[in-house]
Design a binder for this molecule. Structure first.
Ligand code: KG4
Ligand code: ZN
Length: 355
């Protein structure tokens, strides 16, 4: 009698838990990047392919969920095949499949989850669903071979502004989160008002380089509050009001000054809470920045300096691992399998945040 998929997958997963060794194919489709990667033993990236849908969504000024799903479906096979080719590996060299299963656009997530399930079943490999935020944090394990938990982490992306105490590879305590917009979302919204295009973060950062961050005084979110939560909607409203008031006076604000002042407020807000969290939960230890907004040089430098002064070591991923990619999902998936986690073929995509 032949063994069932579940029995084989459980045995193979148990072997990974036992040995800590695995070659994992990872898939990421939570938003507008179709990505696949092959990761060995957690931190060695054999290949990382990212097909960006930005040119498709750019003309709409933001991600159109239906288009994202459809284009993931169109491109996934190609991206996965390319990742395997780049890794110079045959299918039978793989030990497991990891896939982002939450949070994100549910239709987009589903394309990756279903594809991963099909592969896992066809190749008789264990499957593991990965949290996208855990993936962003894991990008730092890839870039910094000596980094190990515990540490305090800030994940700043298009949908997250979260401070965590990362106790172990699979144990996170949430310390603070945004009460309204995420940091990247705030960047994107103001960039849209300034008609800079999508995604707004990198474009606003470019414009800010020519502006004076002290030119326009904007509030720093949740400043003075003792908690570790963030809020960026007041800042956003203040920036919009400043634009309107100038217009009513018959003048026009200097957009570069507004971009620089806006960026300053966001960076200060993130840094001040990050610093308090780091001093409280990881004094003398490590602080980790992750997520798409980690590409922002002003934020990186401000945090690096603040952490150094406070006696902490600062880590951030190298450029290509700040935004969405599948290598980070392979790394997080590896540590989940090592901890004995595994998903069945009933794995589902979930839109909402686990935290
Ligand atoms: O992690 P990510 O690629 O996708 C999500 O999980 O959301 O993050 C994308 C976000 C976008 O909001 C984008 O505008 C922002 O990260 N971002 C930046 C920069 N590069 C990307 N924000 C500020 N400065 C940047 N250089
Ligand atoms: Zn992301």
């Amino acid at each position: 009698m032949s063994m069932s998929y579940e029995t084989i997958a459980a045995e193979k997963a148990a072997l990974i838990t036992q040995t800590g060794r695995a070659t994992i194919l990872a898939i990421e489709t939570s938003c507008d990047e179709t990505a696949a990667a092959v990761v060995r033993n957690g931190r060695e990236v054999l290949s990382s392919a990212v097909y960006s849908q930005i040119p498709i969504h750019e003309q709409y000024g933001g991600v159109v969920p239906e288009l994202a799903s459809r284009n993931h479906t169109l491109k996934l096979r190609q991206v996965v095949t390319y990742a395997l080719e780049q890794a110079k590996l045959p299918w039978d060299a793989l030990d497991a499949i990891a896939v982002t299963s939450h949070p994100g656009l549910v239709g987009a997530l589903l394309t990756g989850v279903n594809y991963a399930k099909g592969l896992a079943y066809a190749l008789s490999l264990p499957l593991v669903g990965v949290d996208h935020i855990a993936g962003h944090i894991a990008a730092n394990y890839i870039c910094h071979p000596r980094l190990h938990p515990p540490f305090v982490a800030l994940v700043a992306s298009g949908s997250h502004s979260h401070l965590f105490h990362v106790l172990d590879y699979n144990r996170y305590a949430l310390l603070g989160r945004t009460r309204d917009d995420a940091a990247g979302e705030a960047f994107d919204k103001i960039a849209r008002i300034l008609e800079l295009g999508y995604p707004g973060g990198p474009k606003l950062e470019q414009l800010a380089k020519q502006g004076d961050p002290a030119a326009i005084v904007l509030p720093i979110g949740m400043h003075g509050d003792a908690g570790l939560d963030f809020s960026f909607s007041g800042l956003k409203t203040a920036a919009i009001n400043a634009l309107h008031m100038a217009k009513q006076r018959g003048t026009q604000l200097n957009y570069a000054d507004l971009a620089a002042s806006f960026q300053y407020s966001i960076v200060e807000s993130l840094t001040q809470n990050a610093l308090r969290a780091a001093l409280q939960y990881a004094p003398g230890g490590s602080f980790v920045l992750a997520g798409g907004v980690a590409a922002n040089q002003t934020l990186r430098e401000r945090l690096r300096e603040a952490m150094r002064e406070a006696g902490l070591v600062f880590y951030a991923p190298e450029g290509k691992y700040t935004g969405d990619n599948a290598a980070m999902i392979g790394c997080a998936g590896h540590y989940a399998l090592c901890a004995g986690e595994r998903s069945t073929l009933a794995l589902n995509a979930v839109a909402r945040n686990a935290y």
